[in-house]
Design a protein around this ligand. Structure first.
Ligand SMILES: *[C@@H]1O[C@H](CO)[C@@H](O)[C@H](O)[C@H]1NC(C)=O
Ligand SMILES: *[C@@H]1O[C@H](CO)[C@@H](O)[C@H](O)[C@H]1NC(C)=O
Ligand SMILES: *[C@@H]1O[C@H](CO)[C@@H](O)[C@H](O)[C@H]1NC(C)=O
Length: 239
């Protein structure tokens, strides 16, 4: 009898431990954005006709040192978009060595007054280092709380994943920062373009109700973006 109750007790403790570990383990998958690699590397084969989550690996026999380097940030910024910002991306589509590694980086250059318009990165948090200039940086939580800061050279800022955020150059010179992401393909969705420059267009009725304004105002905003082919083309090249 004593043996039996001791056995039951041990059994209950064991059960509690298992349940406790399960509770601890459950939230784990949400701690990382991209899945972990299953091998040393998997350089993206961007020409593959297979559509999988990420990209298939290039044959390792054909992988060279060059696959682990990228020099996109050496060129000075080319075209600036309508918001007076140039973003040079080094994500998996431009730097195939990043495939499966859960990392990427952007260089962002803003002219004085330039605004990296409110946007989200659906698959990543952003950690950025300001190199030059003075930026007004802010993000809004799902509870609509606005957090912001003025950041200058040598300072870092972090944006939690999936939240609406922006950067505005409030200095008199160009501002420049490097943003790192915990995804090989963080993605970017600009709120104004997603809502007012989609293809096909979101019906005015929807936007008019959403923004609580007359449809003529919606038409006016849409017309402002009607000629934004450069930005849309750049944005459409990623998914
Ligand atoms: C590897 O590279 C060689 C020479 O560039 C090419 O002929 C061959 O098709 C490549 N193999 C694969 C599997 O990509
Ligand atoms: C920003 O400049 C780079 C050159 O450094 C260019 O490749 C890229 O297309 C430009 N970005 C945009 C959005 O025009
Ligand atoms: C919207 O604005 C137009 C032009 O200003 C006006 O003619 C129309 O009556 C307005 N509609 C509503 C529902 O207020």
């Amino acid at each position: 009898m004593a043996y039996q109750s001791a056995y039951n007790m041990n059994y209950q403790i064991l059960l509690c431990l298992i349940l406790f570990s399960l509770v601890l383990l459950l939230p784990l998958p949400s701690h990382s954005a991209d899945p972990s690699p299953l091998q040393d590397f998997c350089v993206a084969d961007l020409d593959s006709s297979l559509y999988i989550n990420g990209f298939p690996c290039k044959n390792p026999d054909n992988v060279s040192s060059q696959d682990f380097f990228a020099n996109g940030f050496q060129q000075s910024p080319g075209e600036f978009n309508i918001f007076d910002v140039n973003v040079t991306r080094q994500d998996v589509q431009r730097f195939p060595g990043l495939n499966t590694l859960g990392l990427s980086m952007n260089r962002v250059v803003l002219k004085p007054g330039g605004l990296n318009a409110p946007h989200v990165h659906p698959r990543a948090a952003e950690l950025a280092l300001v190199m030059d200039g003075k930026l007004f940086v802010g993000f809004v939580t799902t509870g609509n709380v606005f957090y912001w800061k003025i950041v200058t050279s040598g300072e870092l800022f972090v944006i939690p994943p999936g939240l609406v955020h922006f950067q505005l150059n409030i200095g008199h010179e160009n501002a420049r920062f490097f943003a790192s992401f915990n995804s090989q393909n963080p993605g970017i969705q600009f709120a104004p373009l997603a809502l007012f420059n989609s293809t096909p267009s979101i019906p005015d009725l929807v936007l008019s109700k959403a923004f609580q304004v007359n449809q003529s105002i919606i038409e006016l905003i849409k017309s402002r973006f009607a000629t934004v082919s450069t930005v849309s083309t750049v944005l459409k090249s990623s998914y």
